[in-house]
Design a protein around this ligand. Structure first.
Ligand SMILES: NC(=O)c1ccc[n+]([C@@H]2O[C@H](COP(=O)([O-])OP(=O)(O)OC[C@H]3O[C@@H](n4cnc5c(N)ncnc54)[C@H](O)[C@@H]3O)[C@@H](O)[C@H]2O)c1
Length: 397
């Protein structure tokens, strides 16, 4: 039936996965992709092998696309520092729904800005892991009281990232680009899913997300970048449970992400590999299907609406404010491994802390850094000029 016209903003990088899903949905006659916008479209399109390419109209910018097209669905799969302006522009369109890649925006204050617009309810945020049956089942078990009252939610992961990752795009490893907040790094980009999952598991009902009450944290860098490649967050949710997160890219060891939920009567632990459908493409597909059900009014809401990201953004932005930006790690703790663009900056202490949380051990003994006193998460997250305030961007080695 192809009843909906869709457009994709961003054509390279992760946006390629979006095009594959859009093609699948077009095969299923759920929609028809009519346009793609990307400043590099002239270079990308000829070799892209898009299944429905002959019918696609190509643009160099979102603005040009919006001036010409009347789409029902616009997917934004561009770098996060562009999301705020792009969502604002698309919401001026009278009816288009938005599939917005995670993280929705880099800053909590930007989220608050977008939420002032009632049309923001047309936005679904692509935290696609929530589509996993296992994750939904864990939430139901928690709500059914299987482990009693939740005492703590802990998560950790070490996903090594080499020079090639940081060289792929100008925004990689940056806190800001000119006036734009970027806030790249494992907690606020690559492994943002984990922070969002903590908020989901802490949420009071099947669809709700928790908000942090208090927060503290540290953001450290091993690699000589402006941003960070290790983050530690610790806080308490408004409903009471404690939460803790350690994530890093500065590790030679790969530790798939793990979540431990401790209750008064037991605990639930699962890792990334145990997701029955750990097939990223399938989860992305399900995430699109969820938004399409909203568009056809079969469902009242997508899994993650913009406002559902408040907990995630309060946690990462609040922790960044408390951390007073990024601190460079002691050079004696950093080892360079690998060659050429495969080089990794590896910090054994970071991997040990990730392991301690994964194994359910007390993490305090593995914390080689001080953590500032906790503060109110929402107020800390609203700190003006979060990423650029004098002193926040420490000199790069
Ligand atoms: N959901 C997931 O599991 C997952 C995985 C990886 C990346 N992502 C997200 O996908 C998004 C894109 O990340 P990426 O690493 O692919 O970025 P990227 O830097 O590779 O850019 C993706 C594409 O956007 C294009 N682009 C840049 N500026 C543009 C503009 N002004 N208008 C239109 N297109 C523009 C680039 O040319 C590129 O083709 C990010 O939000 C990232 O966090 C999500």
């Amino acid at each position: 039936m192809n009843s909906f016209d869709a457009a994709l903003i961003g054509a390279g990088g992760f946006a390629r996965n979006h095009m594959s899903i859009l093609e699948r949905l077009q095969d299923e006659q759920a929609l028809r992709t009519v346009a793609v916008a990307d400043p590099n479209i002239a270079a990308i399109a000829p070799s892209a092998n898009w299944k429905y390419q002959p019918g696609l109209r190509l643009y160099e910018s979102l603005q040009k696309l919006l001036a010409e097209e009347e789409c029902d669905l616009i997917s934004i799969a561009t770098p996060p520092f562009l999301h705020f302006d792009m969502v604002e522009a698309v919401l001026r369109h009278p009816r288009a729904f938005v599939y917005l890649e995670k993280p929705p925006v880099p800053l909590y204050t930007q989220l608050e800005g977008l939420l002032k617009n009632p049309a923001s309810e047309r936005v679904a945020v692509g935290f696609q892991f929530l589509e996993s049956h296992l994750i939904q089942d864990v939430k139901r078990r928690l709500l059914a009281g299987e482990i009693g009252e939740i005492r703590a939610i802990r998560a950790s992961a070490a996903t090594p990232r080499a020079d090639s990752y940081y060289q792929r795009s100008g925004w990689a490893g940056r806190l800001a680009l000119g006036a734009n907040a970027v806030f790249d790094g494992p907690a606020s980009n690559g492994l943002a899913h984990l922070v969002h999952l903590i908020m989901f598991f802490g949420g009071a009902d099947e669809t709700a997300f928790a908000l942090p009450d208090t927060i503290t944290g540290r953001f450290l860098r091993a690699r000589p970048i402006e941003a960070y490649d290790f983050a530690y967050l610790e806080g308490r949710l408004q409903q009471g449970p404690a939460f803790e997160l350690a994530v890093c890219h500065c590790s030679e060891e790969h530790h798939p992400w793990i979540v431990r939920i401790e209750g008064t009567k037991g605990e639930i632990v699962f890792d990334q590999r145990s997701l029955e459908s750990f097939n990223p493409a399938e989860l992305l597909y399900q995430s699109y299907r969820g938004l399409l059900r909203v568009m056809t009014r079969e469902s009242p809401r997508p899994r993650t609406r913009l406002q559902d990201c408040a907990g995630y953004l309060q946690a990462v932005c609040g922790a960044f404010a408390v951390s007073q930006g990024v601190t460079t790690m002691d050079a004696r703790d950093i080892r360079e491994a690998g060659e050429g663009t495969g080089r990794i900056y590896s910090v054994e202490k970071a991997a040990r802390l990730v392991r301690a949380i994964a194994e359910g051990r007390e993490s305090r003994a593995e914390r080689w850094f001080e953590v500032p006193p906790s503060v109110n998460a929402a107020s800390a997250a609203r700190q003006e000029n979060l990423l650029s305030q004098a002193g926040f961007i420490a000199p790069v080695r």
